[in-house]
Design a binder for this molecule. Sequence first.
Ligand code: CTP
Length: 403
Amino acid sequence: MSVLSGKKILLGVTAGIAAYKTAFLVRLFIKAGAQVKVVMTPAAREFVTPLTLSTLSKNEVISSFTKEEDHKNQWNNHVDLGLWADLMLVAPATANTLSKMATGNSDNFLLATYLSAKCPVYFAPAMDLDMYRHPSTKESFEKLISFGNVMIPATSGELASGLSGEGRMAEPEDILNFIEAHLAESLPLRNKRVLITAGPTYEPIDPVRFIGNHSSGKMGYELAAAAHAAGARVILISGPTHLPNPHKDIHLIRVQSAREMFVAATKYFPSVDIAIASAAVSDYRPRISAAQKIKKTSEVMELELVKNPDILATLGSGKKDQVLVGFALETENEEENAASKLERKNLDFIVLNSLNDKGAGFKTETNKIKILFRNGTLKKFDLKPKEEVARDILNEIIELINE
Ligand code: CTP
């Protein structure tokens, strides 16, 4: 999956001959899983039609402050658009637009949107070689870079003027690769290895029966997906679930029992930076797992259970400089029990969800958590989809790492 998957990209097209290449660029962004909206300078419409770009981007293309046609008195909102974007790319960026961006001029919709955008802005210059090396153009580049914008340098080659030299807009594939590499570099969990346990465990009674629980594994799988999206290399150790691997680059190890999960978790723990135990591990297992199916010969049947190893506590006792996070699902004395688990299992923080909260816990799509830290701080979160809860938990881990 591309780092651009799910990202909202605002493409600003200005009046250079390379504007025709933005049709390919939009297609590449869409293929990478991004959402794309296009804004154009009025002159850019001479180089590539808004119809082409709106068809490819599946969104309306905007090039003026007012909605044309029927809605003459309605404004296009550059502020909303600027805030919508996760990243903005101006390509091709002419010398004229770059100079205006550098001086804060906002005499067209694209420029006003640029000024409103809070997201990272990339620009891919395209112009004739003498314009490209003119001191005033160079000054625009430098100024824009000093504002935190990112330049995707032009390449050398044949130019629209017939001359040959530096000034050709980077090819669409190269622009895509540049942005992907740049984003990957700034991901907060880049170069980090994360281990996550997820799902229930099944403790065999005989070849067809087991002791299990209602955990769907959803929270752990969302954590794995979010950690991967944040740039981490993820090992997901999962008990039996119906969920597919969130991403092909996630190393998914499927296990059945607590003991199998224990073996996998303790094997990988020494090599990771972060471990999150979200699995609902069965605390006990049948002392004997019958080799053959147990027949119903007696009226009463007794099952002797023995304690399973505590995976998280074992990781906690062997912890070096890893960040270690556990979960607690409580029905009473929540905070007190969570605090004791935090201490006993040597965790950096514990995520607390209570079965008393509607929409939280097993088999739900949402979760409502509290996080208890070692220093006693308790942070409360709203009821949210598990995908967002996963991001909240990772953000707390990222903060701890950066402390
Ligand atoms: N856990 C684990 N291995 C176990 C049991 C629990 O790794 N054998 C982990 C869970 O993944 C969770 C945390 O420990 O992150 C809390 O589990 P929980 O069952 O709530 O706590 P216990 O320590 O088992 O305490 P109790 O059953 O008394 O509530």
